[in-house]
Structure formats: structure tokens, C-alpha cells
Design a protein around this ligand. Structure first.
Ligand SMILES: C[S@@+](CC[C@H](N)C(=O)[O-])C[C@H]1O[C@@H](n2cnc3c(N)ncnc32)[C@H](O)[C@@H]1O
Length: 268
């Protein structure tokens, strides 16, 4: 995607709020500095049986959403991922038929963005820095992916600001694609789950399609040892799932009679 879609705009946030936003950005950096993540190529590898099963389950669910909700073929979709980490999700979009020049990758942490640059084709737009401070023209993207970014933002005002920006950047008929924690992680105080109610409050104008997904890791590790059938059986039980997968659709104004909430379980 060429950079002409990005326009410089004056940010009307007050100086006080700018200060608070900057503080949360520094907090996010500090939280990630405390983490003991392995090297990116190890994190990306799918050799562990539970990882490939989890990956495939999510892939099927997202492809179903794109197939049933989007009116455009993948090669025409303009996609932005905020907080893309090491770029693995955008690699999936390429595999699904999207064109690299229609993809944009944003990430706060420079070391992660450097890996993303190496991984993705040079025609992918790279947007460094805090996602909530990006200057992007309204209605630019068909899909904006946020995958476990909001759970690492603990300040409610920051979350609201980022959600509002993302919503502005989505084109009518497009959607924010949401994958994030449904429950708090007792071993990680640096993340906070987001309920469906909060998601609705963050995107009040969205038509929401939601489902729980992702078998809890300790159960997944044991289940995967007994094969894909047992894994899928347990993954079919909603209380054992740790994440929400949501399609937050921007209904074109002509059809829009206010927010509609569609909550349905989809078999993957
Ligand atoms: C848990 S990681 C997930 C990475 C990737 N989305 C994925 O699903 O593999 C969350 C990422 O969001 C990034 N992040 C957090 N807050 C951000 C912000 N305000 N702007 C841009 N990136 C942010 C972090 O640096 C981190 O790389």
C-alpha cells in the first residue's frame, strides 16, 4: 500500500491527555521489557501439537468470517494489523490471498518491527510507533486486526482512544477483527482480559459477531497428546476457551439502523 493513504493530521488531544497517553505507552514498553519471551523464530514454530491445532482452529474461524462477511476477494482487501508483534499474522493474510501492497503493519517496539520487516515483503507498509498516534485517513482499511494488543493496554482511556481511532480507519462494510483474552491470566499481572460488554462499549456502532475460541493451554497440551479428535472435543466446550474472536462490522450508513448485536457460536 502506498503511503499516500497516510495523511498528516493535527491531533486535537490536550497536552494533559498527551502526557497520560505517553505515560501508558512507556508502561507498555516496560511491561514487555519484563517479559521473558523466547526468540521470534522459536515462538513462530508450530511443532508442538497443541500449537498447530490452536493455530488451525483460529485460522478456520477467521477465514469463515472473511468468507461470509466480506464482499471483496482477499486480493482486494486492505488490511492493517496494529501491534503486529513479529508479523506472523500478516504472513497468514498473505497466505490467504491478500497482496503485500495492500497490507500495513504497525508495532510499538522497534525490535519486533525489525523482525517484521525481515519477514514480510518490502511492499508491505510499515507504520512504527504507538497505534493510537498514527495519522491515517478515515475509512482506509477493510480489516483492522488487533490480536492480544488491548489486553496489554491497562489504561481504560487509552483503550477507548485507540478503539475510536481504529473505528474511524475502517471503511464501511469492513470490520475490526478482534482476538483477545476472555479471562485474566493469574501468572501475568501485566495483561487484563476484556469482556464482551467492554468490547461493545469500545465499539458502540459496530455490528458484532462473537464467539469464544482457543482451548486453555494447560488442557490443550494434555488433550493434544491424545490426538486432534480429543483436542477438538474439549475445544468445543465454551467454558474451556480463553479468548474472544469478534468481527466488529461497520455497516454502511444506508443500511444502518443503529447498533445490532449478533452473538452466535460458529462451528469451525
Ligand atoms: C501479545 S503481542 C501480540 C502480537 C501480535 N498481534 C500477535 O498476535 O502475535 C502484543 C503486541 O502489541 C504491541 N503493542 C502494545 N501496545 C501497542 C500500541 N499502543 N501501539 C502499537 N503496538 C502496541 C506490543 O508491543 C506487542 O508486540
Amino acid at each position: 500500500m502506498s503511503t499516500e493513504i497516510l495523511e498528516t493530521q493535527l491531533d486535537n488531544t490536550s497536552l494533559d491527555s498527551q502526557d497520560l497517553l505517553q505515560r501508558e505507552v512507556e508502561e507498555i514498553r516496560a511491561r514487555y521489557a519484563r517479559r521473558r519471551d523466547g526468540p521470534p523464530h522459536v515462538a513462530r514454530a508450530l511443532l508442538a501439537p497443541e500449537k498447530i491445532l490452536r493455530f488451525q482452529e483460529r485460522e478456520r474461524a477467521i477465514l469463515r468470517l472473511i468468507r461470509t462477511r466480506m464482499r471483496k476477494p482477499p486480493w482486494e482487501l486492505k488490511v492493517l494489523e496494529i501491534g503486529c508483534g513479529y508479523g506472523g499474522n500478516l504472513l497468514q493474510f498473505l497466505r490467504w490471498g491478500c497482496c503485500p501492497w495492500n497490507l500495513a503493519a504497525n508495532e510499538l517496539l522497534e525490535d519486533r518491527l525489525a523482525v517484521t520487516r525481515e519477514l514480510l515483503p518490502g511492499t508491505v507498509s510499515i507504520l512504527p510507533g504507538d497505534a493510537s498516534s498514527l495519522a491515517i485517513s478515515p475509512e482506509t482499511f477493510d480489516i483492522i486486526l488487533q490480536s492480544t494488543v488491548f489486553s496489554s493496554i491497562l489504561d481504560p482511556a487509552f483503550r477507548r482512544r485507540l478503539a475510536q481511532k481504529m473505528w474511524d480507519w475502517v471503511a464501511p462494510g469492513g470490520a475490526v477483527l478482534w482476538y483477545d483474552l476472555r479471562f485474566n491470566n493469574p501468572f501475568n499481572p501485566d495483561v487484563r482480559a476484556i469482556s464482551l460488554r467492554e468490547i461493545r462499549e469500545l465499539f458502540p456502532a459496530a455490528r458484532i459477531i462473537s464467539r469464544s475460541i482457543t482451548l486453555a493451554p494447560p488442557i490443550a497440551r494434555i488433550a493434544a497428546r491424545f490426538g486432534a479428535g480429543i483436542y477438538m472435543l474439549l475445544a468445543s466446550l465454551p467454558p474451556l476457551r480463553t479468548h474472544w474472536l469478534c468481527w466488529l462490522e461497520k455497516v454502511p450508513t444506508s443500511n444502518c439502523a443503529g447498533p445490532i448485536v449478533v452473538q452466535k457460536r460458529q462451528s469451525s
